[in-house]
Design a protein around this ligand. Structure first.
Ligand code: CDP
Length: 769
């Protein structure tokens, strides 16, 4: 057996016997170029990783089995080293008559796929996107001909199976982070299991990698045919400290703890890793820490505070991997991604808030949302383990021991058992798997969740009542979007407003409403609030997002987008991401012979035209355009709707809210089997007493701290009924709540075409409610 690289042994001074099998070469085995100095520097680091000591064993085990399960501590080199070792071996064995060696690695998180690919490209001394690349939704940095090692999200590989069910391009599939148990990973494993024992028997290998100890479910799944390769890691003891009593604010508690460690412990003792739940909390903690470290006590003890969350730009993320400057302590504030997906060297102190965001499906609202939840005991252990990678460490848990023992679940529930399965069911159907109950799952989904997914696909007209995929259903499976968005696009094509709709969908897929305005900028909150008001729309947050994007594009055309973003507190990264997604969607739609058309929507009406004949004509045309857009949105979101129950005519003390009452003072009732009463999130720009706001569709549920509807648009009940072709959602209109019954009985009171809404009309509307 040979090593991945003969020179490696020489450089690292390790594995002399292995090194003897492969003569040292200074030529890159991937592209034939001479290795750079950087390559050798990284090589020395790589050779110290536990995985490298086991490479012969790894190659041998993979050679002898179709499936291998690899289990080792996070940071031992699974994601970066094993795929490269296997590719090297495949290329040695490659002969002109055999298939080109190609390895694909799946990651449940986009950030892991991109950052690991970048690291491996650097380690193997090639340009990212050439021999080593990645492919995630809306971002493909790989080359069909050149790429030999490709990191992809599990969802992307699942999508690839739709066009190439045999995955014929690849010789080895590595499923990384299998312990995360994402829906796509679970489904991918089911598909791969079938392939490996049928059509690809003998020429496809599967490596399943997991960081946690509990791999029994994986081994049971492969019915004893998957040998376990356990790679011993170097784990040092970690001292665990609990809080004596429950903390009031875990973000501030984490900040205080970090300040106290930095004050008391010398910088050489090690870096700090804090676990919080998301971007907003991380930015708050970063601000607090930086202001604490500005105090004279820290003048001679600098600290560098770095955020680490999925939506960060790759370049900023790279900084967390780099060592801190001399005599400076690195403090990384991260989400769950630092639990197993990425490894930050040098961490000795871990501060665990005890919380994480989790995707939860709410059947009662027919929607999924990210909610802050207590982590599981397994996650808490994993977090603590991050402190003991290089030397004995300390973990501070910002919760009590009783909370750990009594409140935290043992392990978290796999996504398959708590998420929306619509996209998964659609893809399985597209793969020709009709008997969904008999598909091989590691943990079968609950039958009720399956039924809901099927029901949703029927609502969206992706399935015939016989269960066959419709023409629209095929397109929904083909487009890299939630089926609901494809339904909206299809409707917008009918209504000639697809140019606007695809832009809105692009923003929603680039992070959505919360990622457009920079709330955590070092500016008073009032500034952001005032900036946001410029773009607000009376009855549609979706149109507010469209306003922002269209104006950003105009600023770009004038070359002053940087100043414009600063002035308006706008996150340029979200909008550039949206424009990128827009172009890609436009291309895919084009390939499917669907052309975009504009309804002539313009973001801000020239106020000076009001009252003139031309002005009135413009207003009418604009109202028409706005109505068309909202109507298209209703086509995909008609299952997520709510009707206004009451509007409180109370003016807030600070004068917030335009015109009449503030939006959050209006109460809505959701129209589904459980009619819940709740309010719209305060981030909305809509006016609660606008005539169009009697009935709304909502994009998401937000916790703040109780449930709120977020990103809403006014719609007419007629549109909803019209979309519900099979009369499944509004069946018999037997609603329990009076407001809902009234709304659907009255149906639409406003005509949808040339209506403009005068101030008087709105006043009456407000009074009536
Ligand atoms: O997969 P596993 O958790 O076992 O380890 P890995 O992700 O392969 O990481 C091995 C080493 O590479 C660690 O020391 C990481 O800090 C380093 N690494 C890096 O410097 N930059 C990356 N983007 C990814 C990993």
């Amino acid at each position: 057996m040979a090593t991945e690289d003969g020179k490696a042994e020489t450089a690292a001074g390790e594995g002399a016997t292995l090194g003897a099998a492969a003569p040292a070469s200074d030529t890159n085995w991937l592209n034939g170029r001479k290795f750079s100095e950087r390559y050798y520097a990284l090589l020395a680091e790589r050779m110290r990783l536990p995985v490298q000591a086991q490479r012969e064993h790894i190659v041998e085990t993979v050679r002898q089995s179709r499936v291998v399960v690899v289990q080792s501590e996070t940071g031992s080199g699974k994601s970066t080293q094993i795929p490269a070792i296997l590719l090297r071996e495949l290329m040695r064995e490659e002969n002109p008559r055999s298939k080109r060696a190609k390895v694909v690695v799946t990651e449940p998180r986009r950030i892991a796929a991109t950052s690991v690919a970048a690291r491996v490209a650097e380690e193997l001394d090639v340009e990212l996107g050439k021999e080593v690349g990645y492919c995630i939704r809306f971002d493909d940095k790989s080359d069909q001909k050149l790429t030999r090692l490709k990191y992809v999200t599990d969802g992307m590989l699942l999508r690839e199976t739709l066009s190439d069910p045999l995955l014929s391009e690849y010789s080895i599939v590595v499923v990384d982070e299998a312990h995360e148990r994402s829906i796509s990973t679970d489904v991918m494993l089911g598909i791969l299991k079938r392939l490996i024992w049928s059509s690809r028997a003998g020429d496809l290998k599967l490596i399943v990698m997991s960081a946690t100890l509990d791999i029994s479910s994986l081994q049971t799944f492969f019915e004893g045919h998957a040998p376990l390769l356990k790679i011993p890691g170097r784990m040092y003891p970690v001292e665990i400290n609990f809080e004596a009593k429950a903390v009031e604010d875990y973000v501030l508690a984490c900040v205080d703890r970090a300040v106290s460690i930095h004050l008391r412990r010398s910088v050489e003792d090690g870096d700090i890793l804090i676990f919080l739940t998301g971007e907003d909390e991380i930015e708050t903690a970063r601000r607090e820490l930086n202001s604490a470290f500005a105090a004279p006590a820290f003048r001679d003890k600098p600290a560098i505070v770095l955020p680490c969350y999925a939506a960060m730009a790759p370049r900023s993320l790279q900084r967390v991997f780099e060592p801190a400057p001399a005599l400076t302590r690195k403090i990384v504030i991260a989400t769950t991604i630092a639990e197993t997906s990425i490894t930050i060297d040098g961490v000795v102190f871990v501060i665990d808030s005890g919380y994480a965001k989790q995707k939860i499906y709410h059947p009662g609202y027919r929607i999924e949302s990210l909610l802050v939840r207590e982590i599981s005991k397994d996650q808490a252990k994993q977090r603590a383990g991050r402190a003991g990678r290089t030397k004995p460490g300390v973990c501070y848990r910002m919760y009590t021991e009783t909370a750990f023992n009594e409140l935290m679940p043992e392990a978290f529930i796999p996504e398959m058992r708590r998420s929306n399965l619509t996209a998964m069911v659609l893809q399985l159907r597209k793969l020709g798997i009709t008997d969904l109950a008999r598909f091989e799952y590691i943990d079968p989904p609950a039958p009720a969740m399956m039924m809901r997914a099927l029901e949703r696909l029927l609502h969206l007209r992706a399935l015939e009542s016989t269960g066959e995929l419709t023409k629209d259903g095929l397109l929904m499976a083909r487009l890299p979007l939630d089926p609901q968005f494809t339904r909206i696009i299809l409707k917008s094509i009918q209504l000639n407003c697809s140019y606007e709709i695809v832009r809105i969908i692009a923003i929603l897929n680039s992070g959505g409403a919360h990622k457009v305005f920079l709330h955590h900028m070092a500016r008073p909150p009032g500034v952001v609030w005032r900036a946001k008001r410029r773009f607000e729309h009376d009855f549609s947050d979706h149109l507010m997002l469209l306003n922002v994007l269209l104006e950003y594009e105009a600023a770009k055309r004038h070359g002053d987008e940087h100043a414009w973003c600063h002035e308006n507190c706008i996150n340029a990264r979200t909008l550039n991401g949206a424009l990128d997604i827009f172009s890609q969607l436009q291309r895919v739609l084009d390939q499917n012979h669907l052309r975009l058309q504009s309804c002539g929507y313009i973001p801000v009406l020239d106020a000076s035209g009001k009252g003139t004949e031309r002005g009135r004509g413009l207003m009418a045309a604009q109202t028409n355009a706005q109505m068309l857009i909202c109507r298209a949105l209703a086509a995909g979101s008609f299952m997520q709707c709510a009707v206004r129950d009451s509007v409180e005519r109370r003016k807030p003390k600070n004068g917030g809210g335009r015109g009449g009452s503030t939006p959050q003072l209006a109460r809505y009732v959701t129209v589904c089997e459980d009619e819940h009463q709740l309010k719209i999130h305060r981030s909305t720009g809509t006016k609660a007493d606008h005539p169009m706001m009697r009935c709304i569709i909502y994009e998401e549920l937000a916790m703040s701290p109780e449930l709120h509807l977020r990103t809403v648009s006014g719609v007419l009940t007629d549109w909803l009924i019209e979309e519900d072709v099979s009369n499944l959602v509004f069946r018999n209109q037997s609603f329990r709540t009076k407001a809902v019954r009234k709304a659907f009985r009255r149906s639409a009171a406003v005509t949808e075409t040339t209506t403009t809404f005068s101030d008087e009309e709105m006043q009456q509307e407000g009074d009536a409610s």
